[in-house]
Design a protein. Structure first.
Length: 225
């Protein structure tokens, strides 16, 4: 249903021109995860996509999901089964880092370069919350092509699947099976959809916060001298 709603044949994503312009000079915004609808579109070329995945892998915020993943796995003592002691947590953290690095290299760098897809999230920003939420979640499965049109997000799907397949080389033997790979792929794609929801709505939350903060400052009574 998500694909049916979010992938109307030759539909274009919000903020994307029919013929992508390459005249916009490079800037730091190119390496942002998010493309805002009012920002001029700059297509990432083959080399750019590999640089983009490096930015994704080495930005400070990338540490958060590593500790969340390792901590959750440690708390439930589930796959990968490294044990529940301190050494086990270290192994889980290392496995999570390796899995995340390989996923980003494949789904944000190599596969988008080969398949000519854009790995960034194109924010909708306008409209009802339900429509925006559905759009954001669907971008885990629908992407923008280098041509400016939308299509199935093969890069994200195959990138996550291949990265989970690689876990069979470093997960404990009881976790190196097809079931673990496909369950992990499904969960990581759900995580990708959740990340898109965060990217879509966090600017709204921050804007509201700053509005309230500014209103509180303006509304403060002046202290008499």
């Amino acid at each position: 249903m998500i694909l049916y709603i979010a992938l109307p044949g030759a539909a274009q994503l919000p903020g994307s021109p029919a013929a992508p312009s390459t005249t916009v000079p490079p800037s730091k915004r190119v390496w942002s995860q998010v493309v805002e609808p009012e920002v001029p579109y700059r297509r990432l070329d083959f080399r750019d996509k590999f640089i983009f995945q490096l930015h994704e892998n080495f930005r400070t915020a990338s540490l958060i999901p590593l500790f969340v993943s390792a901590g959750t796995s440690q708390g439930w003592d589930n796959a990968p089964h490294y044990g529940s002691d301190e050494a086990g947590f270290g192994e889980r953290l290392g496995a999570a880092a390796l899995r995340q690095a390989s996923m980003r290299f494949l789904s944000d760098g190599l596969m988008p370069a080969l398949l000519r897809e854009d790995p960034r999230y194109f924010r909708k920003a306008y409209g009802g919350y339900a429509a925006r939420g559905l759009y954001a979640a669907s971008r885990a499965f629908v992407s923008q092509r280098d041509s400016g049109r939308s299509g199935i997000n093969y890069a994200n799907i195959t990138g996550h699947l291949l990265a989970m397949g690689l876990t069979m080389t470093y997960y404990p033997h009881q976790d190196t099976n097809g079931g673990t790979v496909f369950r992990g792929t499904a969960l990581s794609l759900l995580g990708s959809a959740g990340n898109n929801l965060f990217l879509e709505f966090i600017p709204d939350v921050l804007h509201k916060f700053h509005e309230r903060k500014a209103g509180a400052v303006i509304g403060e009574p002046k202290t008499p001298r």
